[in-house]
Write a protein that binds this ligand. Sequence first.
Ligand SMILES: [Zn+2]
Ligand SMILES: [Zn+2]
Length: 102
Amino acid sequence: MAYCINHPAQPARAKCKICSDPLCRECKLTKPGGVFCSEKCFTEYERIRKGLDQNEELQKSVGSGRGVLRKLFSLVYIIILLAVIYAILTFLGIDIQQYIPW
Ligand SMILES: [Zn+2]
Ligand SMILES: [Zn+2]
């Protein structure tokens, strides 16, 4: 059984989310996002959380970049496919030129 870091006689009721210090009912600081031992740890938590959000945004922009690349690749595939069809038809002796209006 852990005891409060500030009150050795008080059994710990919670743990700081950042430094994992055991905290009694009096010492625990309940904040949006969890329980902390001090404002310092809460500030640290906010900093980490904001850092993570930025990382997510970064990943999102990288993801959309991949999407554009995938579209480009599918366009290349279509062109290659058309070229192959054209080559096969030409090979078979079918004059495709007369079917194309340009
Ligand atoms: Zn702490
Ligand atoms: Zn305490």
